[in-house]
Design a protein around this ligand. Structure first.
Ligand code: OAD
Length: 283
């Protein structure tokens, strides 16, 4: 099992995840849909790991690749969490300024709605095929689509979190008094989104580890799989004899160890998989 690292971190070899022209063509990809449906329905306990790619068709930019936020603007400073600690009130004032004058990501997060891939995953959960989802996304779209068994390993931009007791509360407006205090324990509040340099919240990390231990099949959707600890979970599944299914228009470090790969956008691929599984369930 992957030991709990202090904070999300990138691996060293990052393939270029520039989106390929990978629209679902007739032929081999449809065989892959059939095979994926078979693997999912025969698994004992299937969970999913999702990343920014699943929300690309909702208009939220990915981080890496040709049009990725960090490809265009550079990665944020690695000491973000330290900056927060240095002066929490100043950090909160910067959040307030960003809400008044949103950058590309903040604006997209505000407007985005779930797409067909999010809805297909929620249906897979309702069908009893998908038991849990670990998402690296902070965009709230899995919840809006109706998915219930969810761990947001990097937090949720629509919530605040107390750094002492981990209590989460909805984030509607920037509070008047800065920095804000937790109503439950008086601890310092920050947004729930995990910053660079910030430890993954213990409750979320424990749930990811538990789910990974239970699972014998992991569906990987729209992640470049270079940020740890999330990128380590599929490796753990594979090493314990489980199966990996990758849905991504581009190659990732997990492609080679995946049992089956569907090279297509999630919004096209997952509804096909879901429909096939529904057919199998109704047969
Ligand atoms: P990345 O931007 O690293 O990778 C996005 C992946 O989505 C790539 O592999 C693309 O090929 C794929 N992709 C693009 N369009 C797609 C589509 N329509 N359908 C399916 N896949 C598609 O995003 P993540 O892997 O999520 O963490 O990045 C992980 C973490 O890096 C983020 O959670 C963030 C960042 O550090 C924090 O901010 C803490």
């Amino acid at each position: 099992m992957t030991p709990p690292p202090a904070a999300p971190s990138s691996g060293s070899s990052v393939p270029d995840p520039t989106p390929a022209d990978a629209s679902l063509a007739p032929g081999r990809p449809r065989d892959a849909v059939e095979e994926i449906a078979e693997i999912l329905t025969s698994a004992r306990y299937c969970i999913a790991l999702t990343g920014a790619g699943i929300s690309a068709e909702s208009g939220i930019p990915t981080f890496r690749g040709k049009d990725g936020l960090w490809t265009k603007h550079g990665e944020p400073p690695l000491n973000q969490y330290q900056q927060f600690w240095n002066d929490p009130a100043a950090w909160w004032r910067s959040v307030k300024r960003r809400r008044e004058n949103p950058d590309e990501l903040s604006a997209a997060l505000r407007e985005a709605l779930p797409n067909d891939a999010h809805f297909a995953m929620a249906t897979l959960e309702q069908l009893g095929v998908l038991r849990h989802t670990i998402t690296q996304n902070v965009d709230n779209l899995h919840r809006l689509a109706g998915l219930r068994e969810l761990t947001e390993i990097h937090g949720n931009s629509h919530f605040l979190r107390c750094i002492d007791c981990n209590a989460r509360t909805p984030f509607d407006e920037v509070p008047e008094a800065l920095p804000p205090a937790c109503a439950a324990c008086g601890g310092l509040l920050k947004t729930d989104t995990v910053m660079f340099g910030e430890p993954i919240p213990r409750d979320a990390l424990d749930e990811c580890i538990n789910q990974t231990r239970m699972c014998d099949c992991m569906l990987l959707v729209g992640t470049s799989a270079v940020v740890y600890p999330a990128a380590g979970f599929p490796v753990d599944v594979k090493m314990s004899g489980g199966r990996l299914i990758e849905v991504n228009p581009n190659e990732t470090p997990l492609t080679e160890m995946s049992d089956i790969v569907l090279r297509a956008p999630a919004g096209e691929a997952l509804p096909l998989v879901m429909s096939r599984i529904r057919e199998i369930a109704e047969a």
